[in-house]
Design a protein around this ligand. Structure first.
Ligand code: OTU
Length: 616
């Protein structure tokens, strides 16, 4: 690491945030040097972040305790990950969090101690090595917007220590908080309305954008910035490959603004990125910003000023659910394909530990003739299961009885119709639900980017209603889809009449096909191919190797669909192709391509096709 070079790289940005704080800047650089001396040489499986572009990289996110008890339990399941070809694990918050409600671990009491139920830092560090030896990379959360109210800094602040009170936003009365509130929305309007909490012990108002026990950190204080950089380097030193920065849009606050997505956030991310690039180039940053599509993409930065290496493709996720409810693929089709710069990738996912918020592109909706408000209401009702003929069973999250606004909770399987089909003992609906799940998996695994599977979805776990009995969880319907992994169900993946068999083995096949077909190759660009059929999405994937391009076709409806080959030919697709999952051939001399309910086709030109195809 060349500290003088780094200094040159970050100084301009640093002084934008902290004008005239030369002393603090020197302290930051000293801190970076200090951490560097602790760094072990053999930590990283690769020294470059290139692995994020490899089509081989397939992720799974899970809560360590819910998955298999603790870190040792996780290590025992390495062969399970290998069966599915999973080689990137996002371990949900695993550092110490407050007792009682802790927002699923997102209220951190100590960034450097493991949740004692899971193990300790030493065993975790060893586990990372074992995972690396097995070719599995590790991602963990870094909750940077707030700490828990029992973090050491918060405790010191509560004891009256002015230095630590300045780590947060604290006011003696409600005057300034009120001025802030005039411009702010609530993130959790139902369970945690407002952005400030009165803390009796110190008779002060504390900024708490999320839950009242999550205290917002004050990045205007260079000491906070330095401490948070130090934690970042601590994680890099552990050998963590990917650091998920939680809730990035919120980290900088300015009175009189929405306190979301402010320019200073980008500066902070740029500095984080630049430090890591020099400090440990193989460690990548995944930014979590679930906001409007055109705002999300800005967190990639640009070619000269990189920010996050990876971002959640939240817009794609929402468009998948939207197109499934409407059976109208135009929504996804018209979604702008935001290109990050060369060194970035999207994380493609269908479900995660959070709710689905319906942040659709309003201009696109209007263009298609939908009223955005009414349409959002339709989606909320549809995935709740209230809408007539909806296949879904879910719950509302953060329902506002006045505006009727809400988000939706539920597992991939339940939102896709599996729970309803089983309840109604309807084999036809069951068949459709399974096909829908399969389609969703193909949509996230075949697109450019890193697919991230939410643990449990690979065996079709249904909604779990037990959280309603838990005092600390019952107010938060996201627990509907956060449940213990059901290892008993895994026995069913070998029984060919079980739905777990269908879901698991098809997913496995989709993943292995992606790996085989893109071996030594990578997708560099995606283009939409238009047809008259609004239920069908067609994507052309241009790959690095000429003549190895792919055509993906997805039917979003439960009806048979037809695409005229003439329309594809007009857009340059004129080949004798092979479908890679099923093995069938498609000859474009036929007038039509026919698609069954929710069928998808992964097509490659026949002549270039060397891989073995065939159904599971
Ligand atoms: C994240 O989500 C986490 O994923 C949640 O599980 C946490 O509760 C939360 O942060 C607080 O730590 O509002 O509904 O734009 O959307 O950060 C989920 C980003 C959330 C926010 C996101 C947040």
């Amino acid at each position: 690491m060349n500290i003088d070079y780094l200094k040159k790289q970050i100084s301009e940005d640093y002084f934008k945030l902290y004008p005239h704080r030369e002393q603090d800047f020197e302290e930051l650089l000293d801190e970076i040097l200090k951490y560097h001396t602790y760094m072990k040489d053999d930590l990283f499986i690769t020294k470059s972040p290139e692995w994020i572009h490899s089509p081989n990289t397939i992720g799974m996110m899970l809560y360590v305790d819910l998955f298999n008890g603790d870190i040792d339990g996780l290590l025992n399941k390495i062969s399970y990950f290998k069966t599915l070809n999973i080689n990137l694990l996002h371990l949900m918050p695993l550092v110490k969090s407050r007792k009682g409600d802790n927002d699923g671990g997102y209220a951190v009491s100590n960034y450097r101690e493991l949740n004692p139920k899971l193990g300790d830092m030493n065993s975790f560090e060893n586990a990372i090595k074992v995972f690396h030896d097995n070719g599995i990379r590790i991602c963990i959360d870094y909750v940077i917007n707030h700490t828990a109210d029992d973090h050491e800094w918060a405790i010191k602040a509560k004891s009256g220590d002015k230095e630590y009170q300045n780590y947060y936003f604290m006011y003696d009365d409600y005057t300034i908080p009120k001025q802030y509130e005039a411009y702010l929305n609530s993130v959790f309007p139902k369970v945690a309305p407002g952005n400030y909490t009165y803390v009796e012990e110190i008779n002060k108002w504390v900024m708490t954008t999320f839950y009242p026990f999550q205290w917002d950190l004050n990045y205007r204080n260079p000491k906070v910035f330095k401490a948070m950089v130090a934690n970042l380097l601590f994680y890099a030193n552990l050998g963590i490959d990917m650091i998920r920065l939680d809730a990035i849009p919120y980290i900088w606050k300015t009175l009189g603004t929405s306190c979301r997505n402010l320019p200073e956030v980008h500066i902070i991310l740029r500095i984080f990125r630049t430090i890591l690039m020099e400090y440990s180039p193989a460690t990548v940053l995944l930014g979590e910003s679930i906001v409007a599509p055109e705002i999300i993409v800005k967190y990639f930065g640009n070619d000269s000023k990189l920010e996050c290496d990876l971002l959640y493709n939240a817009s794609y996720m929402v468009e998948i659910w939207n197109s499934l409810a409407t059976r109208d693929a135009r929504h996804i089709q018209n979604m702008p394909i935001y290109k990050g710069n060369r060194s970035t990738e999207w994380i493609n996912y269908a479900r995660c530990h959070d709710d689905i918020g319906w942040g659709l592109d309003e201009i696109n909706l209007r263009r298609l003739g939908f009223d955005p408000l009414a349409h959002k209401q339709f989606l909320i009702d549809f995935y709740l299961g209230n809408f007539q003929d909806s296949f879904s069973i879910g719950e509302l999250y953060e329902y506002d009885p006045i505006t009727k606004d809400a988000r939706n909770s539920g597992t991939l399987a339940s939102l896709s119709g599996l729970e309803k089909a089983l309840l109604e003992r309807d084999n036809y609906k069951l068949e459709l639900a399974l096909k829908r799940i399969n389609l969703i998996n193909a949509l996230i695994i075949f697109r450019k980017g890193i697919p991230m599977i939410y643990s449990g979805d690979e065996i079709g776990l249904l909604n779990n209603y037990d959280y309603k009995k838990d005092e600390d969880k019952k107010h938060d319907s996201r627990w509907l889809h956060r449940q213990k992994f059901d290892w008993g169900k895994l026995n069913n993946i070998d029984k060919c009449d079980a739905y777990e068999y269908f879901i698991f083995n098809n997913l496995k096949k989709i993943i292995s096909t992606r790996k085989e077909v893109l071996v030594n190759n990578r997708i560099i660009e995606e283009n939409i191919i238009y047809s008259d059929n609004i239920h069908v999405l067609i994507i052309e994937q241009i790959t690095e190797i000429d003549d190895e391009n792919l055509i993906l076709i997805f039917n979003f409806s439960e009806d048979r669909q037809i695409v005229e080959t003439q329309q594809l030919k007009r857009q340059g697709v004129e080949k004798h192709m092979v479908e890679l999952i099923q093995g069938k051939e498609l000859n474009f001399t036929n007038e039509y391509i026919q698609l069954g309910p929710y069928e998808f086709l992964i097509l490659k030109e026949k002549n270039s096709c060397k891989i073995e195809t065939g159904y599971i």
